[in-house]
Design a protein around this ligand. Structure first.
Ligand code: M5T
Ligand code: MG
Length: 588
């Protein structure tokens, strides 16, 4: 699990991309900006009003005027509350709308990625990208850009009021401002690094947890809980450390700010009191400037914090963008759409490597006529599953051609290719949902009657019917509440309902009882009837029905022929394999 690399100089580019996401919500965005402008004035006018009340009304004994001013003051307070409410609400609406769209975008993109991406990326990382990284982007809007904009406007507004009120005192206040800015800057830089660390640790922890939970059975089976818990503790410790590290900077920063404010206030009182004695500063200004000072420092202080939220959001955004800009998409250059195929399959000198280097299939040649059955046998790791992985274009091949009905499959539109081919994989994957959902894969156009018909045809109906709820029986994640044989049968029905022209079956290696075996055997015979079939066979019974048998060894075809032909070859691979299995089945 490698933490992701981050480039730090890309901030503005990333920010621009994030802002672009809000394009569909430009009106809300504009409204938020407008509110920020209003807020800058409404929120910061109060010290000025207080100063005016002191100088122009209290000192001049104008009670009626004072009352009026008090009402104005209250109105501004209320207006501020109202404007702030809308600002918070709508900046959230904006952020949430953007990330709602983004999540779909990420999900759809992930779906279109090549299988290689999933081979190489921990699941937890992809989940972090889709959930928590996207969430962090929300804060770019709610905590980042918009509030920072509001704060900066606020600072200008305060400075405006201050200068208007008393330039002398304003200059005094500004004396400590550089200190504040320097402190803020240092803080921002430090916290930035530690926050990146925090996010990396989150990603590592998610990946670890995801893997652990999926593999819990293995962990418990091999009593590996202690070791795994130890590893988790280590990851957890690093995560906590990263968090504490970030918090430490806050713990230093806030007291420093406190000191700078205190110095500022002391200066203000010192210069202010002199100003009152020599009548260069009014009492109103003297009273309102400490308030200004507070108001001026608050956004400056907050900006550091917001900058970091923004920063974190940008780091997250950068990762999400990297994911959705990944060029690992399945390329669909094919244009040919075929509605009907006969199902003639030909491999011409096909070589293939998952990693472009180590070839797991070497110069494979074979032709399978339409409606015939090819069985592929060979020891484990010989490349059987790989053959079907490339036939369906899950992975691109490096050499040779795969041809279906005289068309190179590269030229076929992926969709068109895959709807013609049904695959039953070695390990059946069932989703959380009903039996029906798992067969139709939530395709509403599929008729319930059709499904039942198909499952009757291959003999899965009796067992499904017996499940509580029948076709509405709820399968738990990965099908853990069904036996292997049952899962296999459901996947058979899934393959049959789409009525494929080519059927590929990667037989499960696990042994099943004789009764289920015969049900499955019957189902397989039904499945391969009247269509081109490639069966990766582990059981003798399956092989016998094949028109042709191809023996693979270390990625190469070593023998081809019918059962009868191959069995003649006394020292042949097939005969050896066959004898081995035969012995086994006799023994059992
Ligand atoms: C053949 C490698 C594997 C093996 C070789 C599926 C898969 C396989 N391999 C990868 O690198 N990545 C993959 O995603 O390819 O493997 P296979 O084709 O799966 O062999 P098999 O189906 O004949 O074996 P089995 O055990 O199913 O009978 O070197 O590392
Ligand atoms: Mg296999």
């Amino acid at each position: 699990m490698q933490p992701d690399n981050q480039k730090q100089d890309l901030d503005l580019v990333v920010l621009a991309k994030v802002l672009k996401l809000s394009k569909p919500y430009i009106k809300i965005f504009a409204f938020c900006i407008f509110l920020a402008v209003v807020m800058a004035v409404v929120a910061n006018i109060r010290p000025f009003l207080i100063g005016t009340m002191v100088d122009d009304y209290i000192f001049k004994n104008d009670m009626d005027g004072l009352k009026k001013m008090a009402i104005i003051y209250i109105l501004f307070v209320l207006a501020n509350v109202l404007v702030r409410y809308f600002f918070i609400y709508y900046s959230q609406v904006l952020g949430q709308s953007v990330i709602k769209d983004l999540r779909v975008k990420v999900f759809e993109h992930v779906q279109s990625l090549k299988l290689r991406y999933f081979d190489q990326t921990p699941v937890g990382r992809t989940i972090t990208r889709t959930i928590s990284d996207v969430q962090a982007i929300n804060e770019i809007f709610t905590q980042g850009v918009l509030t920072m904009f509001a704060d900066i406007l606020g600072i200008f507004a305060i400075l405006g009021f201050m200068f208007y009120h008393s330039w002398r005192l304003t200059l005094v206040c500004l004396a400590t401002l550089p200190l504040m800015i320097i402190a803020t800057y240092i803080f921002k830089e430090k916290v930035k690094v530690s926050f990146q660390n925090v996010r990396n640790q989150i990603s590592i922890m998610n990946s670890f947890l995801q893997e652990q939970i999926s593999g819990m059975q293995i962990v418990q089976m091999f009593n590996a809980e202690k070791q795994e818990a130890k590893k988790f503790k280590e990851i957890n410790r690093k995560y906590t450390e990263a968090n504490l590290n970030a918090i430490e900077y806050y713990a230093i920063f806030y007291p420093v700010v406190e000191i700078i404010s205190a110095v500022g206030l002391a200066l203000l009182i010192w210069v202010g009191s002199r100003g009152i004695w020599n009548h260069t500063i009014s009492a109103g200004a003297f009273i309102s400037f400490p308030l200004y000072l507070n108001m001026l420092f608050r956004p400056v202080r907050m900006i550091a914090d917001k900058f970091n939220t923004l920063q974190m959001g940008l780091v997250a955004a950068d990762r999400v963008f990297k994911l959705i800009e990944r060029d690992d998409k399945i390329r669909d250059y094919g244009e040919v759409v075929k509605d009907n195929i006969r199902g003639n399959v030909k491999f011409e000198d096909v070589s293939f490597a998952y990693d472009e280097k180590t070839f797991v299939l070497k110069n494979i040649n074979f032709e399978l006529e339409a409606h015939k059955t090819l069985a592929i046998v060979g020891s484990t790791g010989s490349g059987k599953t790989s053959i079907i992985n490339i036939l369906n274009r899950f992975y691109p091949i490096q050499k040779g051609r795969i041809i279906i009905d005289n068309i190179d499959i590269k030229k076929l539109k992926l969709n068109s290719l895959r709807t013609k081919i049904a695959m039953v994989l070695q390990d059946v994957f069932l989703f959380n949902g009903t039996v029906m959902d798992n067969i139709t894969l939530r395709d509403d156009t599929m008729d319930r009657g059709e499904v039942i018909k198909a499952s009757k045809e291959i003999g899965a109906h009796p067992f499904i019917e017996k499940l509580p709820g029948g076709y509405d029986f709820k399968i738990t994640e990965r099908g853990s509440n069904l036996s292997m044989g049952q899962r296999q049968l459901i996947s058979f029905v899934r393959a049959l309902v789409i009525n494929p022209d080519i059927l590929i079956l990667d037989e499960a290696t696990s042994s099943i009882d004789t009764e289920t075996e015969s049900i499955i055997q019957y189902a397989i015979e039904k499945l391969i009837e009247k269509r081109t079939s490639i069966i990766i066979a582990h059981r003798l019974s399956t092989i016998r029905h094949a028109d042709k048998i191809m023996v693979l060894d270390k990625g190469e075809v070593v023998e081809t022929g019918s059962h009868d032909e191959l069995i003649q070859n006394m020292n042949g691979h097939y005969r050896t394999l066959y004898e081995k299995q035969f012995e086994q089945s006799v023994e059992v």
